[in-house]
Design a binder for this molecule. Structure first.
Ligand SMILES: [Zn+2]
Length: 337
């Protein structure tokens, strides 16, 4: 009897777990988070796509994130299948290619790209080709992404500083800014009526953090401010949507990562680099969601290197193999340099 109970319990837990995973991650499926509010988990590993959201207002549709051009082209028919209302606005949560390189596609479909004003400042820094300077990230990316070839980079032209509000009496979307995090221009889309928060890559739900354009200390504060909104549903930039725990788990990961690196900040770059497997082992215990355990992955080492650089100003020694792998990892996010 006891054995049967254990068996039944184990089976239930297992089925529960599989079911959870099944409903949690539905790449390519349109998920209704609330009436008129939708979430679409992009195919990151296959196509480099980010997640999208959209809100159907009385007279128009507001889309969260422009995605890569191929991502925009995948989403547009899915929106048009739901509504004949015009898509008027595409909100870039930040400047990275997988969130903004599709801007021109949305413009071609009648929408205006919107962003926090720092997104344009970030583009001036990294997308130098667009502003008449040296080739920037777009020019690098166009060599490897077919979907960029038939379009062009378009900077957002409708900008906000602290807050932009869309409200038709039924739906309300507030575009917010809480400071530096994943980048210097992280915008959030907050729906106070439904308590839904679209975070862009300020929060992800999986081993997808890229830390090279932000600051991990400021990021922790930014996530803390976003948590004060009291979101019930969190739609991240990559990975499945979840509840408030997504924000807390993301914040706790950075707290733990910084604390491990902080302990070693008086060590040489070589020593800390040699300690990466030990740091990974410690963090895997409570933060496995955020750590890519694929043998070839160097994402975690890059994160340790980034935090070490923030804390000490020193860089890890360059390794050709690591550099290649880092570039491949970053290419997923459209930020290969
Ligand atoms: Zn990003």
């Amino acid at each position: 009897m006891k054995r049967l109970t254990v068996y039944v319990l184990t089976t239930c837990v297992l089925i529960g777990f599989l079911y959870q995973r099944d409903v949690a991650s539905q790449i390519g499926a349109v998920k209704e988070l609330a009436p008129g509010v939708y979430f679409h988990e992009g195919d990151l590993r296959g196509k480099g796509h980010c997640n999208n959201g959209w809100v159907i207002f009385d007279d128009y549709v507001l889309v969260v994130d422009a995605n890569f051009p191929s991502g925009a082209q995948e989403i547009i028919p899915k929106i048009k299948a739901q509504t004949s209302k015009p898509i008027r606005f595409a909100f870039d949560t930040h400047h990275h290619g997988d969130h903004s390189y599709g801007n021109q596609i949305w413009v071609d479909n009648g929408a205006v790209p919107i962003a926090h004003e720092n997104v344009v400042a970030e583009m001036r820094k990294y997308e130098t080709g667009l502003f008449g300077g040296q080739p920037g990230r777009w020019e690098n990316e166009v060599k490897v992404r077919e979907d960029l070839k038939g379009t062009k980079l378009k900077a957002p032209s409708l900008l906000y500083r602290d807050l932009m509000i869309f409200d038709d009496g039924k739906h309300r979307v507030e575009l917010r800014y809480f400071g530096v995090g994943h980048t210097h221009g992280d915008g959030f889309a907050w729906l106070p009526n439904e308590k839904i928060l679209f975070t862009g890559d300020a929060a992800v739900n999986g081993p997808f953090n890229y830390m090279g354009d932000g600051d991990s200390g400021a990021w922790i504060d930014t996530l803390g401010k976003a948590q004060k909104l009291g979101a019930a549903i969190v739609a991240p930039g990559h990975g499945p949507a979840g509840d408030a725990r997504v924000l807390e788990a993301q914040r706790q990961y950075f707290v733990a990562l910084r604390s491990e690196v902080e302990k070693r900040k008086r060590l040489t770059p070589d020593r800390v680099m040699a300690d990466v497997p030990a740091i990974r082992g410690t963090l895997l215990k409570q933060h496995a969601t955020y750590i890519d355990t694929a043998p070839a992955s160097t994402g975690f080492e890059s994160q340790v290197a980034q935090v070490y650089k923030e804390l000490t100003g020193k860089e890890f020694p360059k390794r050709a193999a690591l550099d290649d792998a880092r570039r491949a990892h970053e290419r997923h996010h459209g930020i290969a340099d």
